[in-house]
Write a protein that binds this ligand. Structure first.
Ligand code: CA
Length: 220
């Protein structure tokens, strides 16, 4: 899962990023509205956390411009301006959720999980496929009721696949959900994580679609 964080406050941005990375999200952090629009145009994000008070182009202008251009990224607006008028303005401009500062990091993370879930068209908080369950709130994964221990990146690949149950996910889409900008990445890493996941969850749990990517194995 890849998140765009738009926040000009260094301390707050750092705290939000650290918390999201612990929860295995790949986070791209930008500090201005102009950078936010460039990032949204160039990448596909599972969610965007958007501060309204930004230097230059403010968050509301970013949101309106992105939506005008057809961007459908789920957006959670984050701001100190939390009068009802501000909330209404934000939601009417195309925000999916709203959180006033100061806020609790745990609540922010729960709201991001809910945004990602709704965008996937999934209503249930615990993801499940063929006896494998993944709970994004606790990061617990189990297979036939037995707990399965995964590395952070194996978990991130599985979370991505389970959140797009009827899609083929290309290697580059999976890489995008694993690595923020500037992170070193090897050449065969996605294949390696898929290999580990198959060992832990069953060889046919993840299917290779030649020339396209990976998909959850079929059949119930
Ligand atoms: Ca700000």
């Amino acid at each position: 899962m890849r998140i765009l964080l738009v926040e000009d406050d260094a301390l707050l941005g750092d705290g939000i990023r650290a918390g999201l990375e612990l929860a295995t999200y790949a986070v791209d952090w930008v500090r201005s509205g102009e950078q936010a629009l460039l990032a949204l145009a160039g990448h596909s994000y599972d969610a965007c956390i958007l501060d309204l008070g930004l230097p230059g182009k403010d968050g509301l202008a970013v949101l309106k411009e992105a939506r005008r251009g057809g961007d459908r990224t789920p957006v959670l607006v984050l701001t100190a301006r939390d009068t009802p008028e501000d909330k209404i303005g934000g939601l009417d401009a195309g925000a999916d959720d709203y959180l006033g500062k100061p806020f609790d990091l745990g609540e922010l993370q729960a709201r991001i999980r809910a945004l990602v879930r709704r965008a996937s068209g999934l209503a249930r908080p615990v993801l499940e496929h063929r006896g494998v369950t993944l709970d994004p709130a606790t990061k617990r994964v189990s297979c036939e009721e037995r707990e399965v221990l995964l590395s952070a990146r194996e978990y991130a690949v599985l979370y991505d696949l389970l959140s797009h149950p009827n899609h083929i996910r290309s290697r580059s889409q999976l890489e995008e959900s694993l690595y923020p900008w500037g992170d070193e990445r090897g050449s065969n890493t996605v294949e390696v994580y898929i290999h580990h996941l198959r060992k832990k969850l069953g060889a046919d749990f993840i299917r290779t679609v030649r020339g396209f990517g990976y998909q959850l194995g079929g059949g119930e």
